[in-house]
Design a protein around this ligand. Structure first.
Ligand code: SF4
Ligand code: SF4
Length: 183
């Protein structure tokens, strides 16, 4: 089999190309134009003017937050029954399927004879979690979800990355910061 090759000639550089300065100057003009424009509108926004005109195409996080897709996996929560107790029946499916081995459950007998077990302890270590969502998919009780819309999980300590059952039942976006402050 013969392979046909096509030779493409590189166009010769013109005198202006070889100078480089026109291209550098054009680049500086474009970057500088954006910089001064954005600076001007940021200052105007601080003064309460031209609010309808965006100062930059980037989102000014964390002051400004974008809408999240409804199916985005965010921090976990445990769902509740009508009486406020966890729906979880401590079947250990999520703990077993978790590839990061970051779910820790201790089961105990449920006082209601119709329900076999409940979690006495349910912790998730977000420092190890890979946000795969397997725990949500494996749960037969719809007891765990990743729909809190909480994205900020950074913390100053590994301890602050661990969510306990109380936190999972009542998700607080400032959880890590509160724990960090207590240290
Ligand atoms: S999202 Fe994945 S890694 Fe994180 S706790 Fe669930 S199963 Fe484990
Ligand atoms: S899979 Fe669901 S019911 Fe089973 S232990 Fe996990 S959260 Fe609880």
């Amino acid at each position: 089999m013969t392979i046909k090759t096509k030779l493409i000639k590189r166009p010769a550089m013109t005198f202006w190309d070889q100078l480089y300065f026109p291209s550098v100057f054009r680049g500086v003009m474009i970057t500088g134009g954006h910089f001064w424009r954005n600076l001007f509108f940021h200052i105007m926004h601080q003064l309460g003017l031209f609010k309808a005109i965006r100062a930059a195409v980037t989102i000014m996080y964390p002051e400004e937050k974008r809408d999240l897709a409804s199916r985005l996996r965010t921090r976990h929560r445990l769902t509740k029954r009508a009486d406020g107790s966890p729906r979880c029946v401590a079947c250990m499916m999520c703990e077993t399927v978790c590839p990061a081995k970051c779910i820790y459950i201790i089961a105990e007998e449920h006082p209601d004879p119709n329900i076999e077990k409940r979690p006495a302890k349910f912790d998730i270590d977000l420092g190890k979690c890979v946000y795969c969502g397997f725990c949500v998919e494996a749960c037969p009780e719809d007891a765990i979800r990743m729909d809190t819309k909480i994205l900020d999980i950074a913390a100053l300590s590994r301890e602050a990355m661990k969510l306990d059952m109380e936190e999972l039942l009542n998700p607080n976006p400032d959880y890590a910061r509160i724990l960090d402050k207590k240290r």
